[in-house]
Design a binder for this molecule. Sequence first.
Ligand SMILES: N[C@@H](CCC(=O)N[C@@H](CS)C(=O)NCC(=O)O)C(=O)O
Length: 203
Amino acid sequence: MKLYCKPGACSTADHIALEWTGQPYELELMTAEAMKAPAYLAINPGGTVPAIVDGDFVLTQNVAILGYIADRHPQAGLAGDGSPRQRAEAMRWLAFVNSDLHPAYKPLFVPGAFHADASQHEAVRAAARRRLRGLYEAADRQLAGKQWLAGFRSFADPYLYVTLRWADRTGVDLSGLENIAAFRQRMEADPGVRAALKGEGLA
Ligand SMILES: N[C@@H](CCC(=O)N[C@@H](CS)C(=O)NCC(=O)O)C(=O)O
């Protein structure tokens, strides 16, 4: 299985998930330019990461890819123990990160997509930071008394971790969110996370 990944982007979640399977995989590190080049657009016409190629199977969309990695390597338990209930919990928190947290960063990354008037961009960013703070407060409450978002280590955790790194560079206030801070420390001590970050030149 080959993962197309941009250092520190949401594709780093898939990279960590692959590390957690303990199985071999290939990695292609992409630049913003390479993601828009014809060779990659043939794989993902959307020009975004992640994408994976597994034999003749090409898959895009992070949720689908994380689910595929989990199903290809069930022994890793990335979607739980095989019970419908654990699968649903893992999916619930993956949906929270992919559908709520991740898009809430877009006004910080590309404020121009939300307001044409550049004089309004700081207001757009401030609103996004407030929304993200509320989402991280919810994640912090969920992590109270737990090591992992779903209550067990799942594919939601590396994706949450990746967004915490974005918080640093976009000025999202995570102060006082002690459960998130402890989660982040756990992730940064994890050998699979460290290997993935090293592989992307981020360690
Ligand atoms: N809906 C897509 C969104 C993927 C996405 O937004 N990827 C970002 C990186 S986190 C990207 O490739 N952005 C385009 C770019 O950086 O040029 C998914 O879940 O896979």
